[in-house]
Design a protein around this ligand. Structure first.
Ligand SMILES: Cc1cc2nc3c(=O)[nH]c(=O)nc-3n(C[C@H](O)[C@H](O)[C@H](O)COP(=O)(O)OP(=O)(O)OC[C@H]3O[C@@H](n4cnc5c(N)ncnc54)[C@H](O)[C@@H]3O)c2cc1C
Ligand code: SF4
Ligand code: SF4
Length: 415
């Protein structure tokens, strides 16, 4: 190591400020303003010797003129021409601070030509730009000290897992906090998943396990299960976060926080009017997932195989007495589940009763494939579910109420 004392590094001294004024006479400016008089304002009154005029400063020749003068030492070219909103790409000269004076829109195009007032206005535009050229300082970038680039992700469902992985791929250290003892959230419970790869026509294997494995194997992601965030303070770039796990606390610094704490299924006990609670064979879409996991679908009541199943859409969603909004996923989910039923037992019947089907984007492919594979779609409003599991709905095409009897299972498509 050198023992010679080092002189403190001095910031580079900027070159002396040397403004130059370039007046364009194109676009009607030359016909509206006495350009010689304007040049006189620049040289005599503003004491700037470097003033040039050109018929079209935005032309190649005009640009080359300014560029050459910048190379020769002009540090602040004042371009008295059109609005600063236009020709921004033309008037870029690396190393120079370009200032624009608007002689076109605010003078030539909006004032009477060659009047005293117009001339005064043009001179004022140029004076203001020259004042900028003489006094303007380029803003210095704010240097923030003590910031953290750690990303804290709260919630280890599919959203939190994806956010953690993407943040780590972008080069950040990630702290992933999950309240429960395992990662995956609700997605870990699904028997299969909506297709997310072309051709988007079949339910796909639930690959959440692979995502969990990738996250847990990623060194830059530290996973904290059975943990919650008990306190945060500070702000973006410098949060202080307290993690709590089994009564023990740990304080971490984080630059950003991603909240991915997920959702709760709608409380189906409020859906008695759709038969929930009346029979164990009226289930929600969430409950159906665990029944799939046992292989072929069986009735909860007596273990008989399900040969006929109906899905009632918008159960508790888009309903002013329940959730007023669309839960957005249940149309696709019912279609997937109906296809799974038919795949397991091609002789089974699967009905989807809907008022509107919301299958945007690639979900439309799944919808068409479900029609081809035999899922029966019926448009209408459900009027009631009887004790014997008969569903009555007002069929929109037939214009009358239709009973659907003989069902083994009814699925309420709750969000
Ligand atoms: C029946 C049904 C089937 C579905 N099937 C599919 C499908 O096939 N394909 C598909 O793409 N989508 C499907 N969905 C939708 C999908 O389940 C959701 O989009 C997904 O679960 C959203 O994941 P998430 O991580 O945002 O939330 P969640 O799955 O709810 O995960 C949130 C996580 O955050 C944790 N958490 C909550 N609060 C805290 C806290 N304070 N601190 C720390 N951790 C916390 C929770 O424990 C949980 O692990 C289905 C939905 C339903 C209802
Ligand atoms: S567009 Fe601007 S720079 Fe080009 S001629 Fe018109 S006023 Fe001059
Ligand atoms: S069933 Fe379809 S339309 Fe109804 S709430 Fe769910 S996604 Fe929206």
């Amino acid at each position: 190591m050198s023992t010679t004392p080092q002189a403190a590094a001095k910031p580079a001294t900027p070159p002396p400020r040397k403004p130059g004024v370039f007046i364009c006479t194109g676009c009607g400016i030359g016909e509206a303003v006495k350009v010689d008089a304007l040049s006189g304002t620049v040289t005599k009154e503003q004491k700037i010797a470097h003033v040039k005029t050109h018929g079209a400063l935005c032309s190649e020749e005009g640009g080359a003129l300014i560029k050459a003068d910048v190379a020769a030492g002009i540090t602040h070219p004042v371009i008295a021409a059109c609005s600063h909103r236009v020709m921004t790409d033309r008037f870029q000269f690396p190393g120079a601070e370009v200032i624009r004076a608007n002689l076109r829109e605010q003078v030539a195009w909006s004032q009477a030509p060659m009047t005293e007032d117009t001339q005064m206005l043009a001179a004022d535009q140029v004076r203001m730009a020259i004042a900028q050229a003489k006094k303007m300082e380029a803003p210095k970038p704010a240097a923030l000290a003590d910031t953290s680039s750690v990303v804290l992700v709260v919630g280890g469902g599919v959203t939190g897992l994806s956010a953690a992985l993407e943040a780590s791929r972008a080069g950040h250290e990630v702290v992933l906090v999950e309240r429960s003892d395992r990662l995956g959230g609700w997605a870990a419970q699904w028997s299969q998943r909506l297709p997310h790869r072309p051709p988007y026509r079949e339910p796909q294997k639930n690959d959440i396990g692979a995502l969990i494995d990738t996250v847990t194997a990623t060194k830059s992601i530290s996973v904290h299960t059975n943990s919650i965030v008990s306190k945060t303070s500070g702000g973006p770039g410098r949060f202080s976060v307290t993690l709590s796990k089994a009564g023990a606390e740990q304080v971490l610094a984080a630059g950003a926080i991603v909240l991915a704490t997920g959702w709760r299924p709608y409380d189906a006990t409020k859906l008695g009017h759709l038969g929930y609670g009346g029979s164990p064979d009226v289930v929600t879409g969430v409950e159906l997932e665990s029944l799939f996991k046992d292989g072929r679908l069986k009735r909860k009541s007596d273990g008989k195989e399900v040969r006929s199943i109906a899905f009632l859409q918008c159960a508790g969603s888009r309903d002013p007495d329940h959730l007023p909004y669309c839960s957005s996923v249940c149309c696709g989910v019912s279609i997937r589940q109906a296809m799974q039923v038919l795949k397991a037992d091609p002789k089974a019947s699967a009905y989807i009763i809907y008022e509107e089907l919301r299958t945007p984007g690639t979900a439309e492919e799944l919808y068409r494939e479900a029609q081809r594979s035999g899922v029966i779609f019926m448009k209408g409003k459900v009027k009631g579910v009887a004790k014997d599991m008969t569903v009555t709905y007002a069929d929109e095409l037939l214009g009358e109420e239709v009973p659907l009897a003989g069902l083994d299972m009814i699925v309420l498509a709750t969000g």
